[in-house]
Ligand binder design. Structure first.
Ligand code: PGA
Length: 255
């Protein structure tokens, strides 16, 4: 295991929170707190917040991401946002396949794959989310499920494109619930993801891919989680809405 081969990435996922003016204020508050980070720092924000967030983050080490992307270049897809639109707005990262998209908005492994390809073809870094439900875990399907979701998401992704892929292992039962996976469970889940990548691209390539943990990561548990060999940072929901908490997580991943 070669943790030093990959850069830790701490990415906030604001979900459906913060108006543009609130986004600007929060980023202004965060900027000095994360300025000396040794990991990559990303904030994935609602579409409508992107211009304000990009403007507020200018000149800092904070990169801005979107929370979704459509797989078609343009057309009759009411409510969706294309790669070109996000590019022009200054987005660098895109979250794809979050469990809330899968659960509430009919996202499937196939559409996750299409969105991943669209993001990579447009030159974005894709943060692709995978994760098992509590029922799947209790039935003993965690490894099978994580490998399947990872491979499906990466169908037709080249080894070259994989350099712009981050996988976020987010157990569905740990998202927004305050129930965090133990550090060992996170490490194991991330290990299953890495093993799936190794099966498709080879072990050497798999060692270079950033695999985050997500699911109630916070200022208190981040240290232990990111110290695990397979945990290369985190995708942070609730705690990314508080500047100080988020900066403590960034510091944990900067060690
Ligand atoms: P949480 O969300 O940190 O609030 O659990 C994580 C996520 O959904 O990415």
């Amino acid at each position: 295991m070669k943790k030093e081969l990959r850069k830790a990435v701490i990415a906030g996922n604001w979900k459906m929170n913060k108006t543009p003016s609130e986004a600007k204020a929060l980023i202004e508050e965060m900027k000095p707190l994360v300025a000396d980070a040794k990991c990559d720092v990303v904030l994935c924000v609602p579409f409508i917040d992107i211009p304000a967030a990009v403007e507020a983050a200018k000149g800092s080490n904070i990169k801005i991401g979107a929370e979704n992307i459509h797989f078609k270049a343009s057309g009759a897809y009411t409510g969706e946002v294309s790669a070109d639109m996000l590019k022009e707005a200054g987005v660098e990262y895109v979250v794809i396949g979050h469990s809330e998209r899968r659960t509430y908005f009919g996202e499937t492994d196939q559409t996750v794959n299409l969105r991943t390809l669209a993001a990579l073809n447009a030159g974005f870094k894709a943060i692709v989310c995978v994760g098992e439900t509590l029922e799947q875990r209790e039935l003993g399907y965690t490894e099978t499920l994580l490998k399947y979701q990872t491979k499906m998401a990466l169908t037709n992704v080249t080894a070259e494109q994989l350099k712009n892929v981050i996988i976020a292992y987010e157990p569905v039962w740990a998202i927004g619930t305050g129930v965090t996976a133990t550090a060992d469970q996170a490490d194991e889940g991330n290990g299953f993801v890495r093993a799936a990548i190794a099966e498709s691209y080879g072990a050497d390539v798999a060692e270079t891919v950033t695999v985050q943990y997500g699911g109630s990561m916070n200022a208190k548990n981040a240290d232990e989680l990111v110290s695990k060999v397979n945990v290369d940072g985190g995708l942070i929901g609730g705690a990314s809405l508080k500047a100080e908490d988020f900066s403590i997580i960034v510091k944990a991943a900067s060690k």
